[in-house]
Write a protein that binds this ligand. Structure first.
Ligand code: C2E
Ligand code: CA
Ligand code: CA
Length: 694
């Protein structure tokens, strides 16, 4: 195609092709060059002949493949995009230049062709680059300039001041000049400035002091760096000594530091100090107490029934409760007392220099009372909880932080188990008891291998026929020194130490053996209830006793597992899996001590409970106390409605038996029939029947 033909195509094209400043070229739709202007030849350093018919990708340094150029062109045209774009071009001599290209699609003799105008922008690019570097440099210099700069004398009088950002001073410059920092700044900040001046006066310069100011837009922190000005002859004359103080705002840094501090030392839920900060503060308090020869009290607070709220209403409500609890406790203590959340539902208070124990008692009562008020957790959930507090004193009782915490914890534990009080002081006898507990736990570790454990069986009779149809397996420990020890004493130790897992397995297997033995000797099958503590449900592994049960070959309904109500509330998979195993293998489920815990009737139905064991507390009060009697009867009726059978525990008298029979109770258990007895004695009871001790 000749240049002359192109000139005819359109005025506009003609002008552009002749325009010396732009390198124009015509391309066909695939990117082959159809025509070039002289300036385009100059741009690339080629002759017209060298360019004609070639593909532009040979010169487009960024797109060495024809397809890429074609694709790029296609996209732009498809999107009707005629805006100039920048790319790089390789000249004939190998140098690469920056170009800016504008493309227009035109119709030439019925062919769609592309008219490209290319402009060399290498110089412009270089200028831009050096300009950007300059701006970055200026920016860094600018950043290095302090936010405020003061000239002061040794009295702290403002001689002159400059602000990087004039709005920082907001027209206050005149008001400040001639005033001293003590007149202008808050006490703490003025002190920091004066100490910087004194240090700079003696050492030439001073660095690192920070001041905090409450400015109209919020609290701000500044870091100071001060230098003594060289004053020629006057250098040693303090009166005339001037200082330059640079003040840089470090609010962002301070806030970030504060956030890190908050995360490391504060409980995120309640905002209270966490265990770590609590330790630090307690350590400081103890140091001061030793110096001042005074005392401090540590209060260890544990919430009662928190777990039930968490399990039944969910963790979100549990969190709301903990936040409310922390607010209430905070209101009962002074600002100088430390209140911390040690974890879960445990809180601690340090009362430093309390003077008299009556002051401690007052705080204890206020805290306990505040917790007894109902808590509204929103959306109609109102809960009642309470707290238990253990108290230990320093230096009277403990010498170290660890002892103090342990003693307060022990005192709390004792108070929790006592029926009479919700708080208690640590005493020496508690320490003694703790020591005994430790020895007993050590002894318990060897009890199994030394054959000191024995399972006793207490008969359970059918309420109508009074025949022995069931039994409860109750563990006994024959201790070589202390004699037979009650399970109420050693089962908690076994639970705390984890020994309950092996002991529990053994009780179960021993029970299976005895049932099989009685069956063989008496030809009767007696169903036995085995107590299982919740600790035994909280492990993942397959239980040995599952295996033993399957291998025993005993018929279904030989075993009932007794659990407490609280286990039903924990929605753990581990618990649900075990209940499923029970159902699949004909093991029945019994709820022990019913009525003493957090009774949630819906759970009884959900978990297909077979028996409710009414707690002996109700049975024993039944004769004298109308409400115990009414409650017992109501529980029996309700259970029957839910297809659940009832067992009354602790039946001791004929009157109790008669009342229970009249209420329709299904089974009876208690000293009235028999105490728990060894296996052989129980076998005799099966054979000979029972004659109640009238
Ligand atoms: P529990 O499961 O409530 O067992 C009933 C307790 O009431 C037994 O106390 C029994 O001897 C006692 N008892 C029965 N009839 C009467 C009565 O007429 N009057 C009175 N006052 N008491 C009666 P024991 O044997 O001292 O067991 C205490 C607790 O120890 C049991 O309470 C149970 O929670 C636990 N325990 C016993 N053996 C085991 C065991 O093998 N595993 C687990 N995890 N806990 C066990
Ligand atoms: Ca029981
Ligand atoms: Ca019981």
């Amino acid at each position: 195609m000749a240049c002359a033909q192109l000139e005819k195509a359109s005025e506009w094209n003609l002008v552009i092709l002749r325009n010396a400043s732009d390198g124009n070229h015509l391309l066909d739709c695939e990117g082959r060059i159809l025509e070039v202007s002289e300036s385009f030849c100059t741009l690339l350093g080629c002759s017209r002949e060298e360019l004609m018919g070639k593909h532009v990708s040979q010169w487009y340094a960024l797109f060495p493949h024809p397809q890429e150029v074609q694709g790029g062109m296609g996209n732009r045209l498809e999107n009707n995009d005629h805006s100039p774009y920048q790319t790089k071009c390789r000249r004939q001599d190998g140098t690469v230049i920056d170009i800016e290209v504008s493309s227009t699609q035109i119709n030439l003799d019925g062919r769609v062709v592309l008219l490209n105008s290319s402009r060399d922008i290498t110089k412009r690019k270089e200028t831009e680059c050096s300009l950007r570097q300059q701006i970055e440099f200026t920016q860094s210099v600018f950043n290095a300039i302090p936010d405020l700069m003061f000239e002061l004398d040794l009295n702290g009088t403002y001689i002159n001041l400059w602000a990087h950002d004039p709005t920082l001073l907001a027209g206050q410059k005149e008001a400040l000049l001639g005033k001293t920092v003590e007149e202008v700044l808050p006490e703490q900040a003025a002190k920091a400035v004066m100490s910087a001046l004194y240090e700079a006066n003696t050492q030439g310069k001073s660095k690192g002091q920070t001041i905090c100011l409450d400015l109209p837009h919020g609290r701000c922190w500044f870091e100071l760096s001060t230098s003594r000005m060289s004053m020629g002859q006057n250098q040693n004359q303090n009166q005339n000594q001037h200082f330059i103080m640079l003040s840089r705002e470090i609010t962002d840094r301070k806030l970030a530091e504060a956030q890190i501090q908050q995360l490391a030392y504060y409980d995120q839920l309640t905002g209270l100090p966490n265990r770590r900060l609590f330790h630090d503060r307690l350590k400081q308090d103890m140091k001061r107490i030793r110096r001042n020869k005074t005392s401090l009290a540590l209060l260890y607070i544990d919430l009662d029934k928190f777990k039930e709220v968490n399990d039944s209403l969910g963790h979100d409500k549990g969190d709301v409760l903990l936040m409310e609890v922390s607010k209430r406790i905070r209101q009962q203590v002074r600002d100088t007392d430390t209140l911390a959340r040690l974890g879960g539902d445990e809180f601690a208070i340090v009362l430093p220099e309390y003077h008299e124990t009556s002051n401690i008692d007052r705080v204890v009562h206020k805290v306990l009372q505040s917790l007894e008020q109902p808590f509204d957790l929103g959306h109609g959930s109102v809960v009642h909880i309470s707290g238990t507090i253990g108290i230990a004193l320093y230096p009277q009782e403990a010498e170290s932080i660890d002892d103090l915490l342990r003693y307060a914890d022990q005192a709390m534990y004792v108070a929790k188990n006592s029926k009479s009080s919700r708080f208690g002081y640590f005493t020496r006898s508690m320490q003694e008891a703790a020591r005994n507990k430790l020895t007993l736990t050590t002894d318990l570790r060897h009890a199994l291998e030394r054959n000191q454990l024995e399972v006793y069986f207490q008969p359970i009779v059918d309420a109508q026929s009074e025949e022995v149809v069931k039994a409860e397996a109750l563990l006994r420990w024959h201790h070589p020194v202390h004699g037979t020890i009650s399970p109420t004493l050693f089962i908690p130790l076994a639970e705390e130490s984890g020994l309950i897992l092996t002991i529990g397995e053994w009780v179960f297997e021993e029970t299976l053996r005895q049932i099989a033995k009685w069956k063989k000797n008496t030809k009767k099958l007696v169903q036995v209830s085995v107590n299982k503590s919740s600790v035994q449900f909280m492990q993942d592994k397959i239980h040995q006793w599952h295996e033993s049960y399957l291998q025993s070959g005993l018929p279904e309904q030989s075993i009932t597992v007794e659990i407490t109500e609280s286990l039903l509330l924990s929605d753990s998979d581990k618990v649900a899996n075990q209940f499923n195993f029970f159902k699949e293998h004909g093991i029945e489920l019994s709820i022990d001590d019913f009525g003493t815990g957090f009774s949630a009737l819906s759970y009884l139905h959900r978990f297909h409970v077979d028996y409710l064991k009414i707690d002996k507390l109700f049975i024993q009060k039944m004769e004298a106390d109308f409400s115990s009697r009414a409650l017992t009867e109501a529980v029996i009726i309700m259970a029957h409605k839910l297809q659940i059978k009832t067992i009354a525990e602790g039946v001791e008298t004929e009157a109790q038996r008669d009342l229970l029979k009249s209420f329709g109770c299904d089974y009876l258990q208690g000293f009235f029939y028999s105490k728990p007895v060894p296996s052989d004695d129980f076998e005799a009871l099966i054979k000979e029947g029972i004659s109640p001790s009238l």
